[in-house]
Design a protein around this ligand. Sequence first.
Ligand code: ZN
Length: 307
Amino acid sequence: MELLFLGTGAGIPAKSRNVTSIALKLLEERQSVWLFDCGEATQHQILHTSIKPRKIEKIFITHMHGDHVYGLPGLLGSRSFQGGEDELTVYGPKGIKAFIETSLAVTKTHLTYPLVIQEIEEGAVFEDDQFIVTAVSAIHGVEAFGYRVQEKDVPGSLKAALLKEMNIPPGPVYSKIKKGEIVTLEDGRTINGEDFLEPPKKGRAVVFSGDTRVSDKIKELARDCDVLVHEATFAKDDVKLAFDYFHSTTEQAAVTAKEAGAKQLILTHISARYQGEASSELQKEAAAVFPNSITAYDFLEVQVPRG
Ligand code: ZN
């Protein structure tokens, strides 16, 4: 599980920061990639990475502002030219369906793969046996969501050597042991399956704030997460600007991370007003409150380690 920042700027593209898109690479976990937002030229950014568009399985849109969605029609169309056959699902607020369908229809773009567009509300938006993705409302002047990607705990594997040592041969009984059940063996012995399992691997959690004013709901969404990717459009002193434009400051993002008990904070959606030296100040402002903070830049890759 890795994060790859494809665009880390706010509002309009700059030479050093494209508009927002973040890839969550789940290649080991499910041979796929999920995108969070898809600003203009996201497909151009992808060309500089090892991401294959046909591997993009899901795209989660935080809100309908142009700097978060203008890259969608192009990317969806190109995916057809690049051998995309697997279904792709786009999740987003009301309007996402009309935006995509209209763009594709009037440009006569024909997709070679099934496209599912799901307009979401707060709550679980996706769940399978590996992951659950939940959304909460952010505070952004238009309908906007933050997302939490929660990996489910992976049950511990069987202690094969111990089973052998105890002379418990493989058979149907193993499936009960795997579930940690109390089992009576054919020879009359009773064993506790849990004694024969490695500890479960704890699932990881990555949270994306999307664009938002400082928000209690986002803070709860980020509770005890491994990585909080939070917008920090403005510097600490520009708190009024942040409020007026429905954004957050570096310090507000850091307070959210701290109060949520997040393990790591990554600042993104950085205004083009902060260049060079000013940009590195942003990280310091956050780290003063929450030491494990970094500022994202385009093409930054971050591993999400277990435990
Ligand atoms: Zn916005």
